[in-house]
Structure formats: structure tokens, C-alpha cells
Design a protein around this ligand. Structure first.
Ligand code: UD1
Length: 342
């Protein structure tokens, strides 16, 4: 029997998945990437291998297809599963709901069927603070904040995913399942060899800023400066991708060490809110570039301010964010510059 701890990482070539692969390797785990590269570029795998200094197991499989995935479970003794594989474009999910339900729910069900069959007890699920919707009174949300009805099919797949996992855990009491509810992941690996690769025009703020900074996009529009926040722009909790990746490894270690089964949901954020205008200022400081931006109307569906109470992650996982906002923005900027050379 191998003494290697194989961890299945579905969506392991994506933004959060690829950084988690590096964190797993740093802690001595053997990640197996399951990713058919529909939303990632093949060079990410090569660059992961450059960072790791060794080959990385990668299977270009659609993980909603049972048979090919089952072969991987047969070949390796898998100790844990980190399930990222999912679509995440909010607007697209409104236009093409079936695509989202089929892929995001379909892949989760397939992975869980195999987890049950092959008795893999340790499961980490990629969830989102989107499950909190638009909180009524408070901008700081902890895990007791009630889950709100989703406003988009994308959000619904995260709520449904957590519900499916909870029911599955109730029926299989030995399972140790953690849903990590991410706030706003930004930044890139310090090597600038992996990072966020938006296909087409980015929807998220920081890739939009860096692409405007490099001249790929002409101008950033700030979606509203008339919110009841300090400077009028929206507030979010931006978390460095390397910190977020480390949280997955901590959650995995916590599950591996636990003698009893559980289903838990944990916020992963910094606990600190930053406004859109503040983020622009940080970008201008670290890049030395004056950003071309203007103030536009509010974006429909935007929450004025939301950030994490991240105490539970500290208590349960012994995890806190360690990188600064400057680190995050600079790493994203270095990644954007690297991209412009490709
Ligand atoms: C968005 C999604 C959320 C998803 C998350 C993934 C919406 C309403 N929410 O969250 O469901 O989980 O991405 O990371 O789409 N902004 C601008 N100009 C831009 C782009 C963004 O001013 O060109 C502002 C937004 O108004 C917001 C902030 O930047 O205040 C962050 O936006 P974004 O990166 O899209 O993240 P969220 O809205 O928090």
C-alpha cells in the first residue's frame, strides 16, 4: 500500500483549484487534478509542474461522467476530495440555468456517489458567501447568519450543494464534510505563473482593474458611489488566493484528524471590508499606474457591503488570513504582466 495521501482536486486547473494544488504539495499531499480544461488553459498544468518541480497527476475528465472518474478512484487510494469543479459566472447562470444545474449539481452528485462507493470520508466543498444573499441588518456575516433564497441559479447551486452534502452526511455519519464559504478571492501565486484567467471580459473587480491597468481594457466603471458606505462605493472582503488555498488544506487536515463525522460550513475571508475606490487606490499604489476609471450606475443585485466574521475558521481550522491587501493586489498585477507576455 502506498504511503502517499492522494487528494482528488476536481477543477484543479482553475483559479482556486490550482493554488490549492500548490498548498497541498507544500504540505506533502499528492493532488490528483480532475479537470477537462473547459475553463482553464493547458499551460496552467505546465506552470503548476514548474512551481512544484515535479510532474502532477492530471486527468482531463468531465467529473459529471461517472465511468471515467470511477477509473481514477479504482487506480488510487484516495484520502480526500476537494470539489471545485463548477461554473461560476453569475450572469451566464441567469441566461443558461440548465447548464448550471446540470454541471454544478451533476458533478457534485457523481463525486459523492463515488465517495460513498470507495469510502472516501473527507470532503471539502467550494461554497460561497453568496449563500447569505443580501443580509438585512448586518454587513458582517457569521455562519449563523440565515441562508437567503438565492437570486441566481449560480447561487442556488451553492445552497443546493450544501443541502445535498448535509443530507448525504446525515445518511453516512462517518463522513467529514466542510463547506468553505469564500468571500472575494483575488491575487495570484507569488511566482506569477498561475492566477485568475477570466475567459472573455472579466466580471470581477480586480481582474477588470489589472486588465485596464495593462491597457487590455479601456476603462473601469465603478458601479455606484451613492451607497451608504464611507466613500459611497460597495464594500467587499477581498481574500488572497494563497490564504484561501491554505484554508482548504487546513480543512482537509482537520477532517483527517477528526475521529467523528461532521458537516460544517465555515467562512473564509479576512474579516475586513474594502471599498471599490479603496481597492483602486491600492492598485495605483502598488503598480505606480493611474487607473482610468469613471463612476457609473449601480449594478443590479449588488449588496452594498458584506464581509466575513472569520472567527470560526480560526477556532475550528486554526486558520487566519496572513497576506495583506497590498500583497494580493501586487501579485494580481504581476500575474497580469506575465499574461501580457504570453
Ligand atoms: C460576484 C458575484 C458573486 C460571486 C462572486 C465571485 C454578483 C452580483 N455577485 O460577487 O455571486 O460569488 O462575484 O467572485 O455578480 N465592481 C465595479 N466595477 C466592475 C466590477 C465590479 O465597480 O467592473 C464592483 C461591484 O459593484 C462590487 C465589487 O466591485 O461592489 C466586487 O464585484 P465582484 O468582483 O463582481 O464581486 P461580488 O459582486 O462581490
Amino acid at each position: 500500500m502506498s504511503d502517499k495521501k492522494y487528494i482528488l482536486v476536481t477543477g484543479g486547473a482553475g483559479f482556486i483549484g490550482s493554488h490549492t494544488v500548490i498548498s497541498l504539495l507544500e504540505k506533502g499531499f499528492e493532488p490528483i487534478i480532475i479537470d477537462d480544461l473547459r475553463n482553464a488553459k493547458p499551460f496552467i498544468i505546465n506552470n503548476l509542474e514548474t512551481i512544484a518541480g515535479k510532474p502532477i497527476l492530471h486527468y482531463p475528465i468531465d467529473c459529471s461522467e461517472l465511468n471515467p472518474l470511477e477509473k481514477v478512484f479504482t487506480e488510487y487510494e484516495i484520502s480526500g476530495i476537494i470539489h471545485f469543479a463548477a461554473y461560476k459566472a453569475v450572469d451566464e447562470s441567469i441566461r443558461e440555468p440548465l447548464k448550471y444545474y446540470q454541471n454544478n449539481i451533476g458533478s457534485l452528485l457523481t463525486v459523492l456517489q463515488l465517495a460513498e462507493k470507495f469510502k472516501v470520508a473527507n470532503i471539502i466543498f467550494s461554497s460561497s458567501c453568496t449563500v447569505y444573499g443580501e443580509p438585512k441588518d448586518t454587513v458582517i456575516v457569521d455562519e449563523m447568519t440565515p441562508i437567503q433564497a438565492a437570486t441566481t441559479p449560480y447561487g442556488e447551486t451553492k445552497i443546493m450543494g450544501e443541502k445535498i452534502l448535509s443530507d448525504f452526511q446525515k445518511a453516512n455519519g462517518n463522513l467529514k464534510i466542510t463547506a468553505l464559504r469564500y468571500f472575494n478571492p483575488i491575487g495570484a501565486h507569488e511566482s506569477a505563473l498561475i492566477g485568475e484567467l477570466p475567459l472573455g471580459k472579466p466580471a470581477n473587480l480586480l481582474p477588470y482593474i489589472t486588465q485596464t491597468g495593462i491597457g487590455k481594457l479601456e476603462k473601469l466603471v465603478v458601479f455606484g458611489n451613492d451607497y451608504s458606505t464611507q466613500d459611497g462605493s460597495c464594500i467587499r472582503d477581498y481574500i488572497h488566493i494563497a490564504d484561501l488555498a491554505d484554508a482548504h488544506v487546513k480543512a482537509l487536515q482537520n477532517a483527517l484528524e477528526s475521529k467523528t463525522g461532521f458537516m460544517d460550513a465555515i467562512n473564509i475571508g479576512t474579516g475586513k471590508g474594502t471599498s471599490v475606490l479603496e481597492l483602486i487606490k491600492v492598485f495605483e499604489k502598488v503598480s505606480g499606474i493611474k487607473l482610468n476609471y469613471s463612476i457609473g450606475p449601480r449594478r443590479t443585485g449588488d449588496v452594498p457591503a458584506i464581509y466575513a466574521n472569520a472567527e470560526k475558521a480560526k477556532t475550528v481550522l486554526n486558520w487566519t488570513a496572513t497576506r495583506t491587501l497590498e500583497d494580493s493586489v501586487l501579485s494580481a498585477w504581476n500575474w497580469e504582466k506575465y499574461n501580457s507576455t504570453l
